[in-house]
Design a binder for this molecule. Sequence first.
Ligand code: PRX
Length: 648
Amino acid sequence: MDEKRVEVQDAWRQRAHIDDAGYRKMYAASVADPEAFWAEQGKRIDWMKPYTRVKNTSFEPGNISIRWFEDGTTNVAHNCIDRHLETRGDQTAIIWEGDDPGESKHISYRELHAQVCRMANVLRNRGVGKGDRVTIYLPMIPEAAYAMLACARLGAIHSIVFGGFSPDSLAGRIKGCESKLVITADEGLRGGRKVPLKANVDAAIARLDKDAVDHVVVVRRTGTAVPMEPGRDVYYHEAAEQVTDDCPAEAVEAEHPLFILYTSGSTGQPKGVVHTTGGYLVYAAMTHEYVFDYHEGDVYWCTADVGWVTGHSYIVYGPLANGATTLMFEGIPTYPSNARFWEVVDKHQVNIFYTAPTAIRSLMGGGEGPVKKTSRASLRVLGSVGEPINPEAWEWYYRVVGDGRCPIVDTWWQTETGGILITPLPGATALKPGSATRPFFGVTPEVVDAEGKVLEGACEGNLCLADSWPGQMRTVYGDHERFEQTYFSTYKGKYFTGDGCRRDGDGYYWITGRVDDVINVSGHRMGTAEVESSLVAHPKVAEAAVVGYPHDLKGQGIYAYVTLNQGEEGDDALRKELVAWVRRDIGPIASPDLIQFAPGLPKTRSGKIMRRILRKIAEDDFGSLGDTSTLAEPLVVDDLIENRQNRP
Ligand code: PRX
């Protein structure tokens, strides 16, 4: 493969925290003696009771246990707010940019403190205390950050559900962690369109047991009147008037859960990924500083939604732990025009910009004009996350958006990893478009073959991690067995990421995508099993199999093979109906892009669907179907090819 290499520019090196030699030395130390390395790094946050024990982790079958800084106590809200008050109380903590370009505001650390205390008191008055779960279903408004930090302040555990999920999905997640309190808004606002959040919460609660949810706290965003259930629902602004803005931060153990975040896997329903307090915060703060080469005074913008892990670690916790100014954007890249991102960069003089390849690809379609009419001179570092970035998009991001001046940090990580694991460091790492390059400090990637043999040198296989890092998830909420089964049973003694990857001769990692039944749609994870179970719940559907296929904008699209009940006719009207069905059931991100009605699915004689064949046909690559001799009915394949939906 013809690989392009972009060397570190002098300007990057001069400013950066670390150069290449420094990286190599520090990386070697971090893996040679993790105890000593993390003992030192743990000091980047305040501890109420200092830790004496640093690492206590085991990937051994039957005894998966991950504990960091375990005898220390601390509080995340204290670290993200209170400890900054003396030195930077008047500095902006959050710049909020509304959906409407005319609306924005600056929130100082002092104001953030008052707002978070108020929110914490509102929650506390409604019975929320240490260990209680709170579901947050909010748009990208400052109250989302206040709510997260208010939970952290009380030692309560938040579970954020992305506003694009349906009432059914929301209900499943409220039930999954048994939250008694939900925080939402009357409506959300995105790209000029309203999202009926409170109505969705009402619909979700209607699906649960009568006394499942005691309180719904409603933030007023658009001001539209929404039905309020007496005794259960309260407007946040009214409740906030009843409380003070003083609330002590509760000291919690390092391993006390900070949040649960539901994420899709290859089987069953989404699982509740649990992250805890001390190790998570140390890791989020450290990666934020090094990966983005963050310096005091920088304005930092991550365009993710707080409903995803990127929003947790790199809009709220990492940046605020470092005392940064973090920008929170309510809108979308294409509203009111597709120059919006770059206009916001100029308006707020953003220095560090972190987004997803899917956004870059969608903006590329509009050409260079909308970018070039803005200055972007404040930009210093560009970041990418969520899916492999194709070299064309990388090139455009680097050359057009960054004017060839800014390094691109292609950051590979997962909901489960809590923070970035493989990434370039500005000033230290020569870049290769499409490669996430090298491991972060303390991270031990291994490439293994199908049998679990660890491969050496340049190779291709499945990506595992040999040892723990402080930001790692600790368990699946309420199901430690599933945690072990999902991540530690494929390759004994290792954490298996579910990703395939290649390592080149320079030791650079190239993530090739999921090797399990997870699809990455616009940087969002979707389990094929979830979409399938939604489809088969439709009265006309007998059977469904869902696979991913390459999609120009989304990275991967969702391709559904559907077998109808006898006597049903598959036509475009039914296709539309099924798409609407899945949207309603799971949410818009799960909408199938292509639906093929198939009289039969390719199965082995024991009845197992052969997804490999379905993937090939969906990829329009049916010349190499491989061995089909084990199929129960080889002829179904001819029909599938004949009626394939993905034709160039
Ligand atoms: O397949 C990898 C892909 O996204 C998956 C994780 O998805 P999620 O838990 O939703 O977290 C996304 C944000 C951290 C991974 O297993 N992925 C993430 N970042 C990259 C990536 N693939 C290639 N390159 C990346 N930089």
